[in-house]
Design a protein around this ligand. Sequence first.
Ligand code: IPM
Ligand code: MG
Length: 359
Amino acid sequence: MKIAVLAGDGIGPEIMAEALKVLHKLDLRFEMESALVGGAAYAATGHPLPEGTLKLAQSADAVLFGAVGDWKYDTLERALRPEQAILGLRKHMGLFANFRPAICYPQLTHASSLKPELVAGLDILIIRELTGDISFGQPRGRRSAPDGHFPGAEEAFDTMRYSRPEIERIAHVAFQAARKRGGRLTSVDKANVLETFQFWRDVVTAVHAQYPDVKLDHLYVDNAAMQLVKAPKSFDVIVTGNMFGDILSDEAAMLTGSIGMLPSASLNASNQGLYEPSHGSAPDIAGKGVANPLATILSAAMMLRYSLNQPEAAARIEAAVQAVLESGLRTGDIHSEGCRQVGTREMGDAVAAELAAQG
Ligand code: IPM
Ligand code: MG
């Protein structure tokens, strides 16, 4: 089992250290290799996704990814910004299916911005198409000045497109995921305004014929955003395009109390995957030892389940995280009265200790 470890920028290295600590507590043998990515790679090599890093990622069974981005790179031309590393990995590895579960742990019900009764027991899965849509449209960055801005320009544009095979493959992934869960799939689009998403709706509807046991409904994205805060538990699996999925998954994350809790998996057609926390590099708290490592630790669990075929080890990590929350340990982002606030390292240590205690 070969794992490419890409810690990245900001809080990336701190949270990654805790995830690796937890993985090393399992009775499994991994071949791990680290490489620079994002701003750290740009600073060292002049490119956010150096050839060597991409090769390493492509040769691994799975990539464990921290986070990329820092304000100090905001003035670079777009192609050299840290975010391009993650977009490049998604594109070159063909990671088209992004799984973003939003689970509200019973211990954290009160950390949600919604009333506890609306989120207690929440368990939804957002499946975001990850290599198409407006984020990968053409043309991009025309008339761009070297720093990525548009001095004197009168317009700028990006194009939104999806092909039938791109929609079909993500629809299959989503129907199959729904089948393994509650059997309900909501496809989110903007078919009332955008041609691309009328087409999306048509193709998803056609694929549905192969999954008569799954209940499919369609929602416009604005309504979906509203329903997510009005009645989040009415959803089971949501499938949507790249841009709507980006936005809705952040919204869903907050329902659970903190984006610091949420893992994600991005898979390609051969189940090779990239696993990363749903949150970003949080440069404001980098180096302070206060970031929540649980999203990265839970991403490592998803990696064991989806790419490394170790579902039992995954379940052990998830149980250890539950037990640590149950014991009242909280990082600042999920802290509430009566709990003990700890830092990044203490949280990682506690999960590792819990794994050891499981035997
Ligand atoms: C995400 C992020 C990325 C995206 C950025 C950092 C390129 O917001 O993974 O959700 O837009 O997909
Ligand atoms: Mg995002």
